[in-house]
Design a protein around this ligand. Sequence first.
Ligand SMILES: Cc1ncc(C[n+]2csc(CCOP(=O)(O)OP(=O)(O)O)c2C)c(N)n1
Ligand code: SF4
Ligand SMILES: [Mg+2]
Length: 283
Amino acid sequence: MAEQTTQIAHPLEPFLRKTTIPHIWCPGCGDGTILNSFVTALKELEVNLDKIAVISGIGCIGRIAGYTNTDSFHTTHGRPIPFAVGVKLANPELNVIVISGDGDLFAIGGNHFIHAARRNIGIKVICSNNFNYGMTGGQQGPTTPLASRTATTPFGNIEHPFNLVHLAAASGAVYVARWTTLHVRRMTESIKKAIQKEGFSFIEIVSPCPEIYGKASKIGTAMDFMNWFKKASVIQNFSDPAQAEITAEKIPVGEFVDVEKPTFEKLLREMTAQAQGKVTGGA
Ligand SMILES: Cc1ncc(C[n+]2csc(CCOP(=O)(O)OP(=O)(O)O)c2C)c(N)n1
Ligand code: SF4
Ligand SMILES: [Mg+2]
């Protein structure tokens, strides 16, 4: 007699686009943890998936848009924010979430980031900061630590990195947080908060790239990254983001900004209604 097997579905299965799984990420890559946290946040919030749009640029983390079972765009390198802004302004009811890399968002796409934050456009941006361009072989990028070795800085990086939480706060983001992939529950809570918040929200996730950056920098394996995160992370909620530089000794994490400010789309709606009223009134 044939043996009967019962298949138990994984609780996160409805949130993943099964036709694109298995994913391409290397063993130990932090991007899987970010995906897990993100879909857990969607599940716990019981959001209507038809109201979520996930938008990414090009890079290892950029594949995430294809793995989530939502409407999504895997856009051109550096341009997820302009795509997201277009989606949000066309349909302000949608919760538009950009998930992309440090290179994508802060090198080629840096200008888009600062101006979307300044305008307080109600999109949410989650950055997988792995300190390099993972997908293209580990080039140095805008968050590579000073003196760090990468594929293109064999004698050590001579450029000062961005402090992303300071950049986001100074540009006008209404919610700013940083966690590492070791802080899974806190990361999930922050993602939930950002999804529910109006206005431009930014979460930096410090994430291991053991396969490329780990080797070049000599930080080592995924476990070595986790040990570094455990040793160096200090929770400093609502401390000065300007003082939150990441160093080998210290990774300041936590929520840095949580304020309210009228969003671009709200002001646009009000201005349009006013202008239409004037036209109608004068006719
Ligand atoms: C216009 C353009 N320039 C360059 C590239 C090559 N490219 C693809 S991904 C990438 C960098 C990705 O780095 P990051 O955003 O940090 O993502 P990661 O792979 O580290 O997750 C680059 C330079 C491209 N695809 N398009
Ligand atoms: S190259 Fe790095 S960032 Fe890309 S999948 Fe591998 S470990 Fe992850
Ligand atoms: Mg990167």
